[in-house]
Design a binder for this molecule. Sequence first.
Ligand SMILES: Cc1cc2nc3c(=O)[nH]c(=O)nc-3n(C[C@H](O)[C@H](O)[C@H](O)COP(=O)(O)OP(=O)(O)OC[C@H]3O[C@@H](n4cnc5c(N)ncnc54)[C@H](O)[C@@H]3O)c2cc1C
Length: 347
Amino acid sequence: MTGMAVVVGAGVGGLATAIGLRRAGWAVSILERRTELERYGTAFGIHPTAQAALDRLGVGEAFRGRAVPYRGARIRTPEGKVMASLPLERIERKAGRPELLISRPYLIDALMAELDAFGDVPLKFGENVSEVDALVAGHDLVVGADGIRSAVRAVRFDERSGPRHVGTVAWIGIADFESGVYGETWGKGRFFGMTPVEPGRTNWYATVPEATTAEELRGYFEDWHDPIPRVLAETDPSTWIRYEMRHLFPALPTFVNGGRVALVGDAAHAMTPNLGQGACTAILDAEALTRAVAEHGPVGLPAALRAYDSERRRSAQRVAFGSRNLHRFMTAERTRLRNSMFRMMPS
Ligand SMILES: Cc1cc2nc3c(=O)[nH]c(=O)nc-3n(C[C@H](O)[C@H](O)[C@H](O)COP(=O)(O)OP(=O)(O)OC[C@H]3O[C@@H](n4cnc5c(N)ncnc54)[C@H](O)[C@@H]3O)c2cc1C
């Protein structure tokens, strides 16, 4: 083994980072505050660039075994009129492969199977890390993959950056039937999205100014076009997930610290989910960081971290900025002005 690393957090970013480090010949352990891997969550869109990163991490085949292509998605008004298309076909033409969707638990399973195959990457549960400096003292490399409320970021990075509410509430769920109608419907101050996720099921997400119960959420969409009310009626509310929409603000001036600490994923650049890039950017971070570490070796670690920061920071922050602006656009109150802009866009 060439160096000793610890990864804080066993989400998509942390598991992918541990795989990449282990492949680079490092001894790696993972510390996770939960007492087990939470097998919940709805669908992630995985862009072709993130698919290529999964391939390089050796997880591509397992990932594709459970993923489905995303095509034919439209942006509609609440009455059901098509205003535009999501640019999925353009992405597919350019990349030579489609955007794929995968249920979060399946992606976690694919990453875990790869880690288990190494047989020597301990994942310790119930470890709520707060003594970050002690971890740094005991390892060559500490990776903060501990999400939007990252303890690693709080201790080692600019303390002005933290989670900020953007003023809306998101609900996500999976209905037990295939709607066949995919894309997003944008109304006044709220929107609703539907995607495939696996045969016989429909992944959905909704954003509203405020709703604390399932009945309130259903009320917001009761007169929207078919099949939105049916998707909400036919998903068991006990399986819905509700969260306050947040992002990291202000953006961090660096993703690395002291030549031995790096942040990946939401810890580095948590974003609103409007561009569907949360998991993708975490995967790209993990692959870029671990590739740089492999190329520079343990003695070149400070240079590797600089290379990682320079490859990923601006790019991830641009995506986060774009996502935040899209959130504003999608939840605009002045829908006439917004919708008239669609007429100027190529469909
Ligand atoms: C259980 C769960 C379900 C999710 N479901 C969805 C979903 O359905 N749709 C969606 O768009 N996004 C979902 N997300 C968020 C999404 O996974 C992330 O935005 C994205 O994948 C980036 O992942 P990440 O690994 O950077 O962060 P996260 O996925 O947030 O993972 C961070 C991990 O670090 C752990 N952690 C945090 N603090 C500490 C600490 N101090 N010490 C040790 N461990 C710590 C957390 O428990 C978590 O496992 C979910 C996240 C989680 C944790």
